[in-house]
Design a protein around this ligand. Sequence first.
Ligand SMILES: NC(=O)C1=CN([C@@H]2O[C@H](COP(=O)(O)OP(=O)(O)OC[C@H]3O[C@@H](n4cnc5c(N)ncnc54)[C@H](O)[C@@H]3O)[C@@H](O)[C@H]2O)C=CC1
Ligand SMILES: C[C@H](O)[C@@H]1OC(=O)[C@H](O)[C@@H]1O
Length: 254
Amino acid sequence: MKLLEGKTVLVTGASTGIGRAAAIGAAQHGADVAINYAHSDGPAQACVEAIQALGRKAIAVKGDVADPETAQAFVAKAVEALGKVDVMVSNAGICPFHSFLDMPVDVVERTFRVNLHGAYFMVQAAAQQMVKQGHGGAIVAVSSISALVGGEFQTHYTPTKAGVHSLMQSTAIALGKYGIRCNSVLPGTILTEINKDDLADAEKRKYMEERTPLGRLGMPEDLAGPIVFLASDMAAYVTGAALLVDGGMFVNLQ
Ligand SMILES: NC(=O)C1=CN([C@@H]2O[C@H](COP(=O)(O)OP(=O)(O)OC[C@H]3O[C@@H](n4cnc5c(N)ncnc54)[C@H](O)[C@@H]3O)[C@@H](O)[C@H]2O)C=CC1
Ligand SMILES: C[C@H](O)[C@@H]1OC(=O)[C@H](O)[C@@H]1O
């Protein structure tokens, strides 16, 4: 069954990792897709081609989500090319691991701007378009298990993920009257570029694997199903919710 037939889905930070898997997952479920990407044209174009190979329309729009104008431009270009916005997946994020006591100011500010401000303005731009269209919509933000737990080298990162989760709770209230649902997914440890260096430490990787009741770390594709579900009418009465997608890591205390 195709869950997003006839829908237009926008995904930020979608040239790699979870964003790419969500974009391709949406296309597999019948959606046309616009992706935002930050840097390299090659991987973004490859994602567009993978979506087009599924028989769906796709465009890639370059832009730094930390700049509020990127959000307005992304939505405008998606509407121009694909006609409307039904779903926004706010996914772009960074996690430059660093110790707390000597954390550089610019690392904190950049992480806040990309992860939290970026999500805020993308969600706002998509919601403005959805309200204008008048037929509701769905927003899915990629938060994290880190919204619920801390990390020694993530003191600048975990507050942004708690913030993204909180943003979905507040926008669920602000946008419910327009038929716009807002939910977050909370991935556990997923093997992507963001943690490649961190998990190059074999001992740490083994510890993370052993903490996971399902016995393995996640793959980007493990997020596609939950994101597609929350974006779809199957989740028509789900808003303000947070879905852990972590192989059981969070509940595994002892
Ligand atoms: N990999 C993991 O274990 C987890 C990841 N997450 C979140 O998942 C999201 C996606 O990350 P991953 O797929 O894991 O890593 P990734 O590094 O493959 O993906 C992040 C994407 O965001 C893009 N991006 C970064 N800064 C940007 C900017 N200023 N403007 C536009 N795009 C930008 C990157 O180019 C990249 O494509 C992030 O928000 C991350 O915090 C959450 C929980 C766990
Ligand atoms: C980047 C980390 O490996 C990853 O990011 C998160 O949000 C998770 O908590 C993991 O620590």
